[in-house]
Each structure stands twice: as C-alpha cells, then as structure tokens.
Design a binder for this molecule. Structure first.
Ligand SMILES: [Fe+2]
Length: 339
C-alpha cells in the first residue's frame, strides 16, 4: 500500500515522466506543470512531500514555495527543490528559505528515491515525536490535576464547616467565566484555579481558622497570609502556571483596600476579581464558626452593596444575573469535582 502522496511540480514534461517512472511504484503521485497548478492541488489535498522545480515560467519555484508556506497549515509539508543549477548560492538560498533538501538535474533515479525516502522517514519520525510529546504533556496535566484534587480534599478535611466551599466557589467562578464569554479552555482554568484559592489555609493554625468570635489583629494578620502561602505553594506546580493568581488575588478589593498587594480596580487580575465575588457569596450563605447562614436575598443585597468598593461592579451584575436565573442554586448542590 502506498502510504504517502507526493506532489511533483515541473514545467518540463519529460522530467515529469522520468520522476513518475521512478516514484510511481512506491508513492501516490500528483503531477503539476506549473506553480499555479500546484497551489490548486495543495488547496484540495495536502501532499506529504512536494518536489518543486526551481526554474519555471510564470510562478517560479521560490515564489511557489513562499505561497505554499503563507498558509500556516502548510508550514510543515517538506519541500525538496529540483534544479539544473549547479550554483551553490542558489542551493544555500533554498535551504535558508526552509526547504528540506535539494536535488540537481539531470535526475539520477537512485538519488531521487533515497532522498525522498529519507525526508519522508524524518518527517514521520518528527510527527510521531510530536504526538508523543502532546500525549506526555496531557498525562502530566492529568497527574497535576489529580494532585490538585488531593490538595482540595486536604483543605476541606481540615474543617467540616467549610466542606464543599472550594468546589462551590469553583463552580460559581466557572459560571461567571462562561458568562464573560471565556472559551472552554479558559473556563476550565478558572475552575481549577478557583478550586485552589484557599490552599494556603494549610499553613494557618486550626486554632485561628476555627476560632469562634472575633480575631485579634495579630490573628487576622496571620489569616491574611493564606493568600501568599497559597500562591507560593501553587507556583511550585510549574506545569500549570496559571494556578497561583487565584490564591494570591482573591482577597484584593476593587477600591484598593484588600490584601496582600492592595491592588485596585482592573489592576487586580480578572481571576482574583471573579473568585472574590464567588468566595464571599458562598461564605455569606454558609454557616461558619463566627456566623450563621444568611439568606439569598440578604446575600444579594451585600454583594450589591460591595459593588465598586469590594467587588468589580460588572462581575456583581453578572453574578446577580446568575442568581436570578437559578444557575447559582443549581451549582450550590454540586459536591462532585468536575473534570
Ligand atoms: Fe481566602
């Protein structure tokens, strides 16, 4: 079976015939007598390799090559130039342009056959390698995400009252991101990032986290550290670079009075502003050591009250819309982690 298709472009029909005789037993061939014709062929079906005559009337080989490469989809098709020129400068120029190889005429069948086989072999190897790299990268990402889940479970196991908090905040954040028109990939990143926003609480003593009643200023200062501690932990997961911003910025306030960096308005990365709304809403409507549950109407009122001071007002509007549509209520009862 012929595995590869080769497009041969040469204005000289005798040459085409010779090449055809040599290659036809091994490959599927497309024969073009001009650069223009070659481009039409490529638009219809991508060959695995192009054998391109350099000197042709009309569009010459170099122009044809540049036209082929203009389309990013064609950037990987190997091209071997054919020319009668013995000029080394021409050879170097073609290789500089990005040609895979160079064959001089008159054609020696053995050389033509071997060079083509070599180029195709290299190309197949490269494709294989790329496939393997993509596969391995995905494996690493899955592993990292599994680690994330383990970390989330660790945070939640620390305190029965905050159980489900991370998963709900992630769910709300995902819904906000979708409403903002983020693409699927970004929505997934927002979800994973929000899931880990409180990971730094691992570094805060239980006596402070579970304290009933008011915190002393020193204790409050210690609690504030969870943003930086979390960001530093997440920065160490170098395969997923986006995770740390959620932990670092989710307690910044729109008016610049938040922590840890007192960033203001749109200087706060969007992920921080998204999680801030989702996080506070969930805290309001959940029972905590220091407070009872608040009903949805009051929570809604609190969010609107904080629009423009604590929160990005546009994101509050989006969240209220999600509350009104019932989307938030649905997410509230999700306890399973999403993929
Ligand atoms: Fe937090």
């Amino acid at each position: 079976m012929k595995d590869h298709t080769i497009l041969v472009v040469d204005d000289n029909r005798t040459n085409l015939q010779i090449i055809r005789d040599v290659l036809e037993p091994h490959y599927t061939l497309q024969l073009a007598i001009s650069g223009e014709m070659a481009l039409k062929f490529i638009a219809r079906k991508k060959p695995d390799l192009i054998l391109l005559d350099l000197m042709m009337p009309g569009m010459n080989g170099k122009e044809c090559f540049q036209e082929i490469r203009r389309d990013p989809d064609n950037s990987r098709i190997p091209v071997i130039f054919l020319t009668a020129s013995q000029d080394e400068d021409v050879e170097v120029e073609c290789l500089n342009l990005g040609a895979s190889d160079f064959i001089t005429k008159p054609i020696v069948p053995e050389i033509l056959e071997r060079r083509i086989a070599k180029t195709l072999e290299l190309e197949d190897l490269q494709k294989n390698l790329q496939g393997k790299i993509i596969e391995k990268t995905q494996e690493i990402e899955v592993l990292a995400l599994q680690a994330i889940r383990a970390i989330v479970q660790t945070i939640e196991a620390k305190d029965e009252l905050t159980q489900g908090h991370s998963v709900r905040v992630a769910g709300y954040s995902r819904a906000i991101a979708a409403e903002l028109g983020f693409n699927e990939k970004m929505i997934g990143q927002v979800y994973q990032t929000a899931l880990l926003h409180d990971v730094g609480k691992i570094g805060i003593p239980d006596s402070i986290l579970k304290k009933k009643g008011r915190l002393t200023p020193e204790e409050y200062d210690q609690i504030k550290q969870h943003t930086t501690i979390g960001a530093n932990i997440l920065a160490s997961i170098s395969t997923i670079a986006y995770l740390e911003d959620g932990a670092r910025y989710h307690h910044e306030r729109y008016d610049g009075n938040g922590y840890p960096q007192r960033l203001k308005g749109d200087d706060i990365p969007i992920i921080g502003r998204i999680i801030a709304v989702a996080d506070v809403y969930d805290a309001l409507v959940s029972r905590r050591h220091y407070k009872e549950v608040m009903d949805d109407a009051s929570a809604r009122h609190e969010l609107l009250f904080g629009a423009g001071t604590q929160f990005d007002p546009y994101l509050v509007r989006i969240f209220i819309k999600l509350l009104d549509s019932g989307a938030i209520e649905k997410i509230k009862h999700e306890t399973e982690l999403r993929p």
